[in-house]
Design a protein around this ligand. Structure first.
Ligand SMILES: C[S@@+](CC[C@H](N)C(=O)[O-])C[C@H]1O[C@@H](n2cnc3c(N)ncnc32)[C@H](O)[C@@H]1O
Length: 338
């Protein structure tokens, strides 16, 4: 069923694997080593520019992601709050702790997120007491909040997420590596249905609870490990895939690519957002992933948006500047299924 990875991709896998460092860092249990740390180098083969975006012009995406929700006007200083309960929508800088990266807000049991479209979502997170190794999805990452801002802003403005011929209310969405599920829950009110998926059962339990607590009846939560789909229930079902912070492990790049080709309908779209992590190299991470993806043949990079977001973020979001400017800032990638 999942046979889209060509020998060309295998070759690219080998080339990129040689080019990246494989440091000792906690991986998700099923994905092994292969984290893309600072100092790694992968030649940037993808030349797509923002100008090629068809239905989501760069300026639109940049404006959407940088339009902060109302609560942002009361953001605390960049210093993490002493009390995690005050996290709210805050994008906090990461502090490196031995073997991992971490923000204070991971410790908050329920994180309340208010969006600029008026939605307020209560997101339950897992306990960090048992560590994050293999369970990175138990907490809400900065990328997830930024992706949610982007998607809800576009929808609230009436922008077509996939193509001008597909109304958002007819669109079926799948989130890959959904973690605690914020983007899925937030976009649900604008689309036909959302499949919030992840490979970790503990994470899925949290997402189920979050869907229930926030009354999101059109969000179906289910297990999906990239490259390991046991049945065809997700095959060719989705117009739009979304995801945030999924490419930190190079071993996952071909699996993620394979999964995207499998779940997306022809002409479907993947909107992916990542932020830099303390000690990780965002450029290498993204470029390595996109190299795989283009080599696999079923997908086309429509737009890569980055530096312009960072510049505007710097001007607009003083309290978030530290996180945003470090380690490569923020990037949004729009990828189309051929
Ligand atoms: C860094 S977390 C990001 C979670 C969420 N997207 C966010 O930004 O808050 C990475 C997520 O990908 C999931 N994941 C990692 N490898 C996976 C795989 N091979 N298949 C499915 N999910 C995977 C993890 O369980 C985790 O939920």
């Amino acid at each position: 069923m999942l046979s889209v990875i060509s020998s060309r991709t295998v070759l690219l896998t080998a080339v990129v694997a040689l080019a990246v460092l494989l440091p000792a860092a906690p991986a998700d249990a099923w994905s092994g080593a292969g984290f893309v740390k600072r100092g790694a180098f992968v030649k940037f083969l993808v030349t797509a520019t923002a100008a090629t975006a068809a239905t989501l012009p760069a300026a639109t995406i940049a404006a959407a992601i940088l339009t902060l929700p109302p609560a942002a006007t009361t953001l605390p200083a960049a210093t993490p709050p002493a009390n995690a309960n005050s996290c709210g929508n805050t994008i906090l800088p990461e502090s490196t702790v031995p073997g991992a990266y971490y923000v204070k807000c991971f410790d908050q049991k329920i994180r309340q997120i208010t969006l600029q479209d008026g939605q307020t979502l209560d997101i339950t997170q897992g306990s960090t007491n048992a560590g994050m190794g293999g369970r990175t999805g138990i907490a809400l990452w900065n990328s997830s909040i930024l992706l949610t801002r982007l998607l809800t802003s576009l929808c609230a403005e009436g922008r077509a997420l996939v193509s001008s011929s597909a109304k958002n209310e007819d669109v079926n969405v799948i989130e890959l590596g959904c973690g605690v599920g914020l983007p899925s829950l937030a976009v649900a009110k604008y689309v036909k249905g959302v499949a919030a998926t992840d490979g970790n059962e503990e994470v899925l339990q949290l997402t189920r609870q979050n869907a229930r607590d926030n009354g999101k009846g059109n969000v179906a939560v289910g297990g999906l490990r990239w490259g390991e789909m046991l049945d065809d229930s997700y095959d060719n079902k989705f117009d739009l895939a979304i995801g945030s912070d999924l490419t930190y492990n190079s071993a996952a790049w071909p699996l993620l690519t394979e999964t995207l080709v499998s779940v997306l309908r022809p002409n479907g779209r993947f909107i992916y957002l990542i932020t830099g992590h303390a000690g990780f190299n965002l450029e290498s991470e993204l470029n390595g992933f996109l190299t795989f993806l283009e080599g696999a043949g079923g997908l086309r990079v429509n737009a890569v948006l980055g530096r312009e977001l960072t510049e505007r973020m710097r001007a607009l979001v003083g309290a978030e500047e530290g996180m945003v400017l470090r380690d490569g800032g923020v990037k949004v990638v729009v990828i189309d299924r051929k």
